[in-house]
Design a protein around this ligand. Structure first.
Ligand code: ZN
Length: 249
């Protein structure tokens, strides 16, 4: 990749009025979290039925045993990588208005990002399916499964979006409103395979003719259709450099 391409991307971000960052599994791979899809993805190793809503209701114990293993035992240990910190730096200096993420790993917030729309929810909280109260996951013991609500003894569910579940309307509206307002959208580690999140860049392009900057190690569904500037590189490698160039001015 040429230096001038990174510089061009930095200039576009520097001159924008409203840059939105949109991230997917690819930004967290360098934190040790495997993506869901693809050859080395979680769903190649585990049958994802356990986070299908109907199965969860019918088999909460079995479902929770897998949820604990896949999402809490190891994802909970993951730490942000340089790409997460670079995104947080851009926001801190006023160059990014919102981060929309499809990830449920909480790493943007851990890196210091403040305005984060978690399109698919997060592992951070557990939701009582009876009284709808939410609890920080850290406050609920997973020694006995499934966990129950301390208030009403209802079944607790991780507050991320399961298969066959709708995107929470509030975060959906906020995300699409951000996409409509964006004059630059910076895509990082997302390949455009998961609907309806995959429509966000298209929305930015169609509603506001936003400039689309894409950071991915390989071309994606966006690259030849929507992307204006393609930075083909791992997020953890390129994002610190891009941010440094934006802040240098
Ligand atoms: Zn409850």
């Amino acid at each position: 990749m040429t230096e001038s391409l990174i510089e061009k991307a930095a200039q576009v971000i520097r001159n924008s009025h409203h840059t939105v960052v949109f991230t997917g599994a690819g930004i967290s791979v360098e934190s040790g979290i495997p993506p869901f899809r693809g050859e080395n993805g979680l769903w190649a190793k585990y049958d994802p039925t356990f986070i299908e809503l109907g199965y969860f209701h019918a088999h909460p114990k079995e479902s929770w045993e897998m949820i604990k293993k896949v999402f809490y035992d190891f994802m909970g240990e993951a730490k942000p990588n340089p790409a997460h910190y670079a995104v947080a730096d851009l926001e801190r200096h006023g160059f990014v208005k919102e981060v929309i993420t499809q990830n449920i790993d909480n790493l943007h917030q851990e890196a210091g990002s403040k305005i984060v729309y978690e399109f698919h929810g997060s592992i951070r909280e557990l939701l009582c399916l009876r009284c709808r109260k939410k609890y920080p996951a850290s406050e609920i013991s997973l020694d006995e499964l499934p966990p129950h609500c301390p208030a009403c003894h209802g079944l607790l569910k991780p507050d991320f979006v399961f298969f066959s579940e709708q995107i929470p309307p509030e975060v959906n509206d906020l995300s699409f409103a951000a996409a409509e307002a964006a004059d630059v959208m910076l895509l990082i580690g997302t390949t455009g395979e998961v609907m309806p999140a995959s429509f966000l860049p298209q929305t930015a392009k169609e509603k506001n003719n936003a400039t689309i900057i894409e950071v991915n190690p390989a071309p994606s569904a966006y690259t030849y259709k929507l992307t204006d500037i393609f930075l083909q590189e791992k997020a953890g490698e390129i994002m610190p450099e891009l941010t440094a160039r934006v802040l240098k001015s």
